[in-house]
Design a protein. Structure first.
Ligand code: PNS
Length: 159
């Protein structure tokens, strides 16, 4: 029987409950799901790659078909190297669509054998982003319910 392996690439700086919701949905439709953190020295992340990996591993320990890895270079090259045939991405509001469409079509041009699959997280996470979660914490806002408690604690320790 055909087994479908997917990667879920992203920055995850930090991972949110929206990411977790998408991972849960992805784990149900794919046989294997690799959460793939981009190691991108050009960005100036709040959390190191190993911190993000630890957070994601803790969040996903309950899913037996989900693993957490890191990658650099072209995402499709990484997907091909691990035998993935699908890329999972989340779409929140329509504002995400343009960037995601551009990226999906460019990736399809680079690697026609890989399909991008878009899923929508729960409506209650439709306005949650790593950027806003960081800003909220920095300014003293409460991010309870937007990120797992372990991530909230790490955010509080940073600011
Ligand atoms: O969580 P993000 O920051 O929206 O994730 C973006 C990510 C990591 C999926 C994207 O920047 C990416 O795939 N980068 C790797 C380099 C690459 O393949 N670029 C070409 C994309 S068309």
């Amino acid at each position: 029987m055909k087994r479908i392996k997917a990667i879920y690439p992203g920055s995850f700086d930090p991972p949110t409950n929206g990411h977790l919701d998408l991972i849960e949905r992805g784990s149900k439709i794919f046989d294997e799901l690799v959460v793939a953190i981009l190691r991108n020295p050009e960005k100036d992340p709040l959390f190191s790659v190993s911190d993000r990996r630890n957070m994601l591993e803790a969040m996903t320990s309950g899913f037996d078909n989900v693993t957490v890895e890191t990658f650099d270079g072209l995402m499709v090259d990484y997907a091909l190297s691990v035998g993935a045939t699908a890329v999972l991405r989340g779409i929140r509001a329509i504002s995400d669509y343009e960037y995601e469409l551009q990226m999906a079509l460019m990736n399809r041009r680079l690697a026609p054998s890989i399909e991008t699959v878009f899923l929508m997280a729960k409506e209650e996470y439709s306005y949650v982003s790593s950027r806003l979660v960081k800003e909220l914490t920095r300014l003293g806002g409460d991010v309870t319910g937007l990120v797992p408690n372990s991530v909230r604690q790490r955010l509080a320790d940073r600011f």
